[in-house]
Design a binder for this molecule. Sequence first.
Ligand SMILES: [Zn+2]
Length: 411
Amino acid sequence: MSYVLGLRCRECGREYPKDVLFVCEYCFGSLEVVYDYAKIKKIMTKKEISKRPYNLWRYRELLPLDKEPTSGLHSGFTPLVRAHNLADYLGVKEIYIKDDSVSHPTLSFKDRVVAVALSKAKEFGFNTVACASTGNLANSVSAQSALCGLRSFIFIPADLEMAKIVSTLVYGASVVAVEGNYDEVNRLCTEIASRYRWAFVNINIRPYYAEGSKTFGFEIAEQLGWRLPQNIVVPVAGGSLISKIWKAFQELYKLGFVDKPRTKVYAAQAEGCSPVVTAIKENSEIIKPVKPKTIAKSLAIGNPADGYYAVSTVKESRGSGENVSDEEIVEAIQILAKTEGIFTETAGGVTLAATKKLIENKIIPKDESIVVSITGNGLKTQDAVIPKLKKPWRIKPSLESFIENLKIHEE
Ligand SMILES: [Zn+2]
């Protein structure tokens, strides 16, 4: 049973059938999935959802499949952690970590979009999937296509972190390291997509893929008892996640599940790659592409595909944006680890560091509820923190040696 009416251009509103399409032929605007909300409202109730398995398909009527899902049956429904220690540290009343660093199966929020993309690719009859990736997407496409029996080609910038390359190769994908940055990889993939009949998850089936990000927002609302937070901070790379969380909140409102969204949405980027935050701060709708230079490689997209929508989401929600230095990123990774026992990757460091700045600058009020979107796992970007960590004590295998060292280290 499908609730998808078709696709619609986000710019000129022209309608298209639900096919392998991603760009408007008339204005080159990007296409978005349109649903029959009246029909969904009759079927999808809070009670009905509560009976379903704890995975991202519990919101299936709001996802763009016509048939049963075939991927991501154990993805989604990651913890929403009430972070008391972090709240004390930051001096705020109510703060939560939406923790996709423990997403199944590849420890990032990309498992959500890939679950939807691969299920849809199979519906369309593709046998090969591909992606341009800064790492996390590579991991997830490779893992989930192995499970689904799809052939996969993964295109990455050649200078990616080793952990992200290893955890792509291990699943058997063909990994192509391109001598260039992400924007160059993406441009090449667009050319390849027009030559071969492959499903590039974030290019030619992007409208479907991007819908998976909404589940991050649906879960936050459900986990808060069908309530929306007053503030949410979201990392921005391509700009899709932030606008889809906002879309998720609007859809839940349309279905009568939550009050009218008054959540302020904040964009977080690294100083070395902040085209979206720069536009927000300059109050401009034009995204000026940049050449990324940051340790937050998963956010190193200098020409974000959905940058415009990221900016308009922030504006519409009366939120704001903040960018942070590499030093602040590493510090924030350690703050989250030491206060909440959560080890996030550099992108998570960006999000928390930006949250901290927004609170310090009194942009986010201390007495309002705040959700920090943690989208990836620290095991993948260990190099960023290693220089800042203490070394283990090295001792002889004797009690004397331990006691001696204990004295030295306790002093
Ligand atoms: Zn158009």
